[in-house]
Design a protein around this ligand. Sequence first.
Ligand code: AMP
Ligand code: GLY
Length: 438
Amino acid sequence: MDNLNVLIIGRGGREHAIAWKTAQSPLVSKIFVAPGNAGIAESFECINIDETDTEKLLLFAKEQSIHLTIVGPEGALMSGIVDEFRKNNLRIFGPTQNAAQIEGSKQFSKELMQKYRIPTAAFEVFDNYENAKQYLHSKGAPIVIKYDGLAAGKGVVVATTTEEADRALQGMLLHNKFGKGKVVIEEFLSGPEFSLMAFVHNETVLPLSIAQDHKRAFDGDTGPNTGGMGAYTPVPIIPQTAVDEAVNTIMRPTAKAMVDSGTPFTGILYGGLILTEDRPKVIEFNARFGDPETEVVLPKMKSDMIEIILELLDGQTPEIEWHENAFLGVVMASKGYPAEFEKGIEIEIGGEEGRKEKGERNTLNSYSIKAPLVETFHCGTAKINGKWVNNGGRVLMVVGGGATLENAKENAYQKVKQINSDNLFYRNDIGWQSLLNN
Ligand code: AMP
Ligand code: GLY
């Protein structure tokens, strides 16, 4: 199968990386991104349809004879886009609304893990404040309080004292800070965290190279939690034996559990894992590509991603090949993020990429399986009078590649320093956990 038309849904750095990787497939002739962003629009055709407007996306996919749709953000999955596309016999890579609960409902994912003995923190679910408080006091601190539902990354409190945990419970259960919902109270786990994504179709699981995200805003893992300030792959502080154990005791059993419980999973299963002294355990599952992990993991992938996805959906078990190189990406964010920030302030991006991409819209003559040395993915940019400006919290993700993690880091930061804006900030220590240990 070739001459494929591919539709990518979403508007961030993750979707830019998915489109970039898709463009390297000789099977593909046209790529559309809905809605995309100004940076993505430099090289791909962006369609002004919102991620959750399933009806319009469906119509567009039919009109343009889209052969494969890849879904980025969780919102679209949870609103049931996969179910609708499938009903209309359109091929789409992502989980159904029911299967996406593995991300959307902490209660669903925790109960699945408990039932199928998938290693995770011990937990209880509460909707009543008094009961929750009683349980909290029986366990003591440190302890973790999680709102059960989407809370824009703010629904997790890792409390070091019972007072702090109690305040979180009051906010979530008495004052409905995120809406009327349940709360999961769970055991505090410690160890290095890593992200293990896999292409999954029913019981078939193809693990990707592991990555590490940096959730805090500032150097030294300080400041507020963000969507992620940078990532790198591979992660040398996590031994291969632990990765293999995670694949065999977490990812494969979870895919099987989803099949056995009547919610078979197709798409990217993202394990947010922690390597405790005991073994790898699950902190959370996501039902989609991680952001910013995808921006480093896809450059590391040597295989044709589209071929892999099509074979997987066809019931086959293809092998994924990887570049030897390491990749490290630095997020450049708007000053003020993750709180309030100003938009529309100029950024000078400069460099080769801006020029190289011009005029390549949908011609896809950039086919190459070479590992890149530097790629700039746009997370939240706009163009005003021909000039780049910031248009989101996370603005750019600059990814460097190299023979070692150190080389990858040098290449990434060299490019970061060429990007000028008074309004952007970034972390200087992406990769620190692994680089300190080398
Ligand atoms: P989440 O929003 O679920 O990704 O959680 C955000 C962060 O909270 C994670 O990356 C962990 O650093 C921390 N966290 C969540 N659950 C636990 C846990 N059970 N033990 C220790 N840290 C946790
Ligand atoms: N990087 C974490 C996430 O995508 O949720």
